[in-house]
Design a protein around this ligand. Structure first.
Ligand SMILES: [Fe+2]
Ligand SMILES: [Fe+2]
Ligand SMILES: [Fe+2]
Length: 472
């Protein structure tokens, strides 16, 4: 047969193609390093540090134990940018001189490059869940209901690690601001990922889901839209609400939490996972919001606007119930037990991701609090290096005045040693140490940080010691 079609071949990138397209995507001018710590009312600027991307390998599954490594952070930052190209963002102060950035973000090249690399990045960033979460055995609808309802009876009143970290922090106000910043990617465009699931045609469940969305959108009254309530919380403690103003302060796992829902919503083969994760999040949010309102009031005093949180105590009780009774159970009834493992998987996966984020944030607060201690640790670690007792790979760096190392993290501990000049070393929002010649700091693995040069020039060394405790 001369007109026979070739056999269908699934689309797949080679590792080399993946790298090439990732770099091509991220070298869009809107993704280059910033000269400031914060973005200024420009929702299209997202620092992706493209200069590092040629050295990263996204053509594999990042194992659980490496999930907080730099490659994980880089992938989550890129994924956020890709997913959000489906969302509509406009600067608060109007487009005016941002017209070119608007076009650089919303254009076919950015969109297509993003879509080409997205499946590989998703596999890289979320593939570990396959190994971490096991769903086995034969599930009936009754089993599923019992299993899911157990969450409603669970005691969720205990504070999370993050909440405890804020309470016990050397600077609870700073810690609580850092906490609110972590929610901005999710809460400022609240419910956008789930809106991906109400397009189409799939029966009564579709309209039930739409009811949840109507609540999230405050019934079309902007003042009661959940994202707007969160803006008021941010403003009441002096934080900015322009989209991704604090991009450089987002932790890897905070982006992961938000990206997870986009990942499920964007890929409709994961629809049933989404409803499992939805049930988990709406149900767990009830107690979480109650605790958050109390904690924020305790930290900031009575002037903090916590309506976002108190509103959710009531509405999410309702949403959790709806997710179970109007979405999950009717859909199982209609489509059979084949969808149950996916629902359970979504529930379990999001629980795991929430736990990773909780630990990551608590660790970051400890890292910020330990700034002075880490600066003191420079002396003994430097002693081990300069005496030759420890040898580690070293990078010698010279940077000019105002050079800003956009935030990042390292996969092992490092020692920063200042040879000459002055560096402002930043370990998180409003958290820094000034390092002068002869001084320095230990940089803990996986911890978000950045730096800016405060002198005409700064000469410094980065020693990759791996585990700083081995130098003591
Ligand atoms: Fe909400
Ligand atoms: Fe909700
Ligand atoms: Fe660094």
């Amino acid at each position: 047969m001369s007109h026979a079609l070739p056999a269908h071949k699934p689309f797949e990138l080679t590792p080399e193609q993946l790298k090439e397209y990732v770099v091509q995507y991220a070298t869009n001018p809107i993704y280059l390093d910033n000269e400031e710590w914060e973005n200024d009312d420009n929702p299209y600027h997202r620092q992706l540090r493209p200069q590092v991307l040629p050295y990263l390998d996204f053509s594999r599954v990042l194992p659980r134990k490496e999930i907080l490594h730099y490659e994980g952070l880089a992938a989550q930052r890129i994924l956020t940018s890709i997913y959000e190209a489906d969302l509509m963002f406009l600067p608060k102060g109007g487009l005016k001189e941002k017209w070119n950035d608007f076009k650089a973000y919303y254009n076919p090249s950015n969109r297509v490059l993003g879509e080409i690399i997205r499946p590989s990045l998703e596999k890289f960033a979320f593939g570990f869940l396959d190994e971490e979460v096991e769903v086995s055995g034969q599930w009936t609808k009754a089993d599923l209901e019992t299993y899911l309802r157990a969450l409603q009876d669970k005691d969720l009143t205990q504070p999370s690690l993050s909440e405890t970290a804020i309470k016990k922090s050397a600077d609870p106000v700073r810690a609580a601001k850092m906490w609110l910043i972590q929610f901005a990617p999710d809460f400022l465009s609240e419910a956008s990922p789930m809106l991906r699931n109400v397009l189409g045609y799939y029966g009564a469940a579709q309209s039930e889901w739409f009811k949840i969305i109507i609540d999230e959108y405050g019934y079309g009254v902007h003042d009661t839209k959940h994202s707007h309530l969160f803006e008021r919380t941010m403003e009441s403690v002096g934080l900015r609400t322009d989209v991704h103003h604090y991009w450089q302060y987002y932790l890897n796992s905070s982006l992961m939490v938000n990206n997870y829902f986009h990942y499920l919503g964007k890929n409709h083969e994961l629809f049933f996972r989404y409803i499992g994760a939805l049930y988990y999040t709406e149900t767990a949010l009830v107690d979480w919001c109650r605790r958050a309102a109390d904690l924020l009031t305790e930290v900031f005093g009575p002037d903090v606007d916590v309506e976002y949180f108190t509103e959710h105590v009531g509405i999410d009780l309702h949403h959790g119930k709806m997710a179970l009774e109007k979405l999950i159970l009717p859909l199982v009834e209609e489509h059979g037990e084949v969808i149950i493992p996916e629902i359970v998987r979504g529930y379990e996966e999001f629980q795991l991701i929430s736990d990773i984020a909780d630990r990551d944030f608590a660790t970051q607060i400890a890292w910020m609090d330990d700034g002075p201690k880490n600066k003191e640790l420079h002396a003994p670690v430097w002693d081990a290096i300069s005496s030759g007792r420890v040898t580690a790979p070293v990078a010698n760096i010279v940077e000019p005045y105002r050079e800003l190392s956009n935030t990042h993290c390292h996969d092992g501990d490092e020692l920063c040693h200042i040879v000459s000049g002055t560096m402002k070393f930043v370990a998180g929002f409003e958290s820094y140490q000034i390092l002068e010649a002869g001084e320095g700091t230990v940089i803990e693995r996986n911890r978000l940080h950045g730096a800016i040069i405060d002198s005409e020039e700064c000469v410094y060394e980065i020693h990759s010691v791996g585990d700083y405790r081995a130098c003591l």
